[in-house]
Design a protein around this ligand. Sequence first.
Ligand code: ZN
Ligand code: ZN
Length: 276
Amino acid sequence: MRYGGNTTCIEIRTDNNELLILDAGTGLFPLSQSLLSEMPVTANILITHSHWDHIQGLPFFIPNFIPGNTLRLHGGFDPVTGKGIEQVMAVQMQYSFFPVREEEMKARLEYITLTPNIPHRIGSATITPCLLNHPVIDFGYRIDCNGKSVFFTGDHEPPYNIYPCDDRGYGEYQTFVDDRNAAIHDAMRNVDVLIADCSYTTAEYPSKRGWGHGTFASSIACAKAANAKILFCTHHEPLRSDAALEQVFQEALIESSSLCNGLDVQLAREGLTYEF
Ligand SMILES: [Zn+2]
Ligand SMILES: [Zn+2]
């Protein structure tokens, strides 16, 4: 597989070599193997949201089992369940699902609840969570460090008007939608790197509306509106082959060619490294 089969997990290193990890999908397991050579580690994991494909690597994060390591898990408070980010570890470590109890893990585990739009410092980096649009509480993260910046959407469907245009509620709701999208573009403003949910094509989108995912076209539009320098398209639809992924990507570039002037758009793939 050229683009990989693991679910969401992105490693970020600051200039000071501080370790930040965006989401803890199954890609966390191969990442944790690469960390074995630099123990002890302090891993700062930022969880966008609690869906399986973004958390299921957590029990398999090898540094958790080795004394001297620290795992700091960051994420939002879920007002629906009334639980903080500790929930995403606790549910997976239950007796029926995993043989090791959380109390038996040898690493130091810390849970840090983040609030939308309130910057949080991790070493030399400043992390700012931004509330995005998905069927569960969901943060995008902006990371600023030494004048460089990254924004990761996790899963995100740009807010849209749920009313037909001839409905009485349309106008008022459109103002809400416009404000939400403007706030999201502001949070991404001028980033060097935007990593965004491009699950669907424009043709596929109407049957997936409300599922909480973006399209290549919506992410390119977002990158342009925010004046991002480079866009990495990710969260690839799992049913697509590598060839099909490349084909829909090329078609999306043609479809959005009027917006691609001055914007570098690339397909993310497992193992890809980008230094800036
Ligand atoms: Zn999700
Ligand atoms: Zn997802």
